[in-house]
Design a binder for this molecule. Sequence first.
Ligand SMILES: [Zn+2]
Length: 167
Amino acid sequence: MLAFTHIAAGCASSLLVSGALNVQPSQTILVLGGGILGSMMPDIDHPQSAFGKRVLPLSIPIATVFGHRGITHSLLAVAGMSWLIWWSLHHLHWHQGYAVPVVVGVATGYLSHLVGDWLTNSGVPLLWPSNRRFVSPLKLCTGDLREYLLAFVMYGWSLMECLRMLM
Ligand SMILES: [Zn+2]
């Protein structure tokens, strides 16, 4: 799945969760920012990915040790990365009122990435270290027209949701 689509899913899912949790509009921007970041993070295991290129000192060793779509595409990584973000913000003395929305966004965006990759032929090892790959019965091929349509629908809905919050 393309980074373009993962980001769309991160936007839509984090705004959906914000709405479901009745997060105040002023904090929704933190959930949204966390969602966008989280939607890119699993591909830290791919040095040629949009996110991996930006963090090569991390992505190269992670790709070498675990390979692409290994540990970073698991539920263990969702929990670990969420905890790491919370721990980092706590030690940076971020107020809980700001740190919690970011962590909720990162966890939501991260999960949206796993769902996106679940829709592809390769699937995801959700229960890593188990090698079992979970693959959706409904598949998308990376870069095909259906993926672009899905991404545009999610971007469109996200834009409408942002505009609705501003009114
Ligand atoms: Zn991925």
